[in-house]
Write a protein that binds this ligand. Structure first.
Ligand code: BTN
Length: 324
C-alpha cells in the first residue's frame, strides 16, 4: 500500500489520528506525513488539523473493500470472474479496462472499481463527476465471441441488469431513459458507457462502464448540468458501497452471459416495463433531429418516435423530454 492509500485507510474512520501515529505507521517524519496529507486534497478530501489532537477527515468514508465485495458474489459469478481490482484513484475505470483488453491474450471477464476518477468519461464526450468514495465507478471487461453485430441492444440490456441489481433497495419509480440512463423520479441515478475494442467479426472485448450515484448529496458536488439523485436520497435500505458493488457485479456477469446466449430478446420485455419515455413528447438531438412522441423500442432496441410523418426508428442520439 502506498503512503496516500495508507492515510486514506487510516483516516477513513473519521477519528483523530496524531501526526506521530501516522508517521510511525508510514515510517516517515511528521513533515513527510503533512506533505502526503496534501495529496488527499487533490482527491477532493478535506483533512481537518487540530493542535494536540492530530488529523481527521471531515466525515468517515465508506471505502470499497475487496473482501466485502467478494463476500457478496454468487458462486457461479465468483467462478466466472478472473479478477476484481479496486483502486483509490484512476484516470477512468473504462480507460484502465480498455488497456487491459488490449493486452489480453484470450477471453476476459474482469471488473475494476475506483474510489475516484481524475478524467471519468460520460457518454457523448462529456465528463463524469463523482466525489471520492461517494458513488460507484465500475467497469466490466467482457469478451464476446461473436463480432459487433451480436452486440445490438447491449447497452439497453445493461440498463435492465443494473435495475435488477437495485431491486433490494426498493426504489419507488425506478425507470430507464433510452438508451441507458437509470432514472429515479425522472432524475439521473446512474449512467452507462460502453466502449468496444475488437473486430467487426470475431471475438471482441467490451468494456461496460457504470457510474451509479450512491452516497452523493447536493453539497458534495458543485454543478451537474442535469437533474440527478442518489441511492441515499431515494432508498430507506441501509447502504454499503461494497455490498452494492457485489450485487451489481452478480447481475452484470450473469446478465452478460445471458445476453451472449440469447441476445437483447431476453431483456426487451423488462426494458419496456421500465421505459420512462413512453408516451412523452421528446426531442432527439444528433443525426436523427426528431420531434415526436416516444413509443417504446423495436426488436433491436431502437427508439420508436411517432412523428407527423409516421413512426421513425432512432438508433442513436440524445433524447430530451419536452415539458408537458
Ligand atoms: C453517462 O454519460 O451517462 C455515462 C456515464 C458512465 C460513467 C462511468 S463511471 C465508470 C466508468 N468509467 C468511466 O470513465 N466512465 C464510466
Amino acid at each position: 500500500m502506498n503512503a496516500t492509500d495508507y492515510l486514506i485507510y487510516t483516516l477513513a474512520d473519521g477519528e483523530f489520528h496524531s501526526g506521530v501515529e501516522l508517521g510511525d505507521g508510514l515510517g516517515v517524519t511528521r513533515t513527510a506525513v503533512w506533505k502526503t496529507l496534501d495529496k488527499l486534497k487533490e482527491l477532493g478530501l478535506e483533512v481537518e488539523s487540530v493542535k494536540g489532537k492530530g488529523y481527521r477527515l471531515q466525515e468517515p468514508l465508506d471505502l470499497l473493500r475487496i473482501e466485502d465485495i467478494q463476500g457478496e458474489l454468487e458462486e457461479d459469478v465468483a467462478a466466472r470472474l478472473q479478477k476484481i481490482d479496486v483502486f483509490t484513484a484512476l484516470d477512468s475505470t473504462n480507460q484502465w479496462m480498455l488497456s487491459r483488453t488490449k493486452e489480453a491474450s484470450g477471453a476476459i471477464c474482469r471488473v475494476c472499481l475506483a474510489e475516484f476518477q481524475t478524467t471519468g468519461r460520460g457518454r457523448r464526450g462529456r465528463n463524469w463527476q463523482s466525489p471520492f468514495a461517494k458513488n460507484l465507478c465500475l467497469s466490466v471487461g467482457y469478451t464476446f465471441s461473436e463480432g459487433f453485430s451480436a452486440l445490438e441492444g447491449l447497452s439497453l440490456a445493461v440498463g435492465v441488469m443494473v435495475a435488477q441489481a437495485l431491486q433490494p433497495y426498493r426504489l419507488a419509480d425506478l425507470q430507464l431513459k433510452w438508451p441507458n440512463d437509470i432514472w429515479v423520479h425522472r432524475k439521473k441515478l446512474g449512467g452507462i458507457l460502453i466502449e468496444i475494442n475488437g473486430e467487426q467479426s470475431g471475438p471482441c472485448h467490451v468494456v461496460i462502464g457504470l457510474g451509479l450515484n450512491v452516497l452523493m448529496r447536493q453539497s458534495d458536488i458543485e454543478h451537474i448540468d442535469q437533474a440527478w439523485t442518489s441511492l441515499v436520497q431515494e432508498s430507506e435500505v441501509p447502504l454499503s458501497r461494497s455490498a452494492l458493488a457485489g450485487c451489481v457485479i452478480n447481475s452484470l456477469v450473469r446478465g452478460l452471459e445471458l445476453f451472449e446466449r440469447e441476445g437483447f430478446a431476453a431483456f426487451r420485455d423488462r426494458w419496456l416495463e421500465l421505459d420512462g419515455l413512453r408516451g412523452h413528447s421528446v426531442y432527439v438531438a444528433g443525426a436523427a433531429n426528431l420531434d415526436g412522441i416516444a413509443q417504446g423500442i423495436g426488436n433491436h432496441g431502437h427508439l420508436l418516435i411517432e412523428t407527423a410523418e409516421g413512426v421513425k426508428e432512432v438508433a442513436a442520439g440524445e433524447v430530451s423530454v419536452r415539458c408537458a
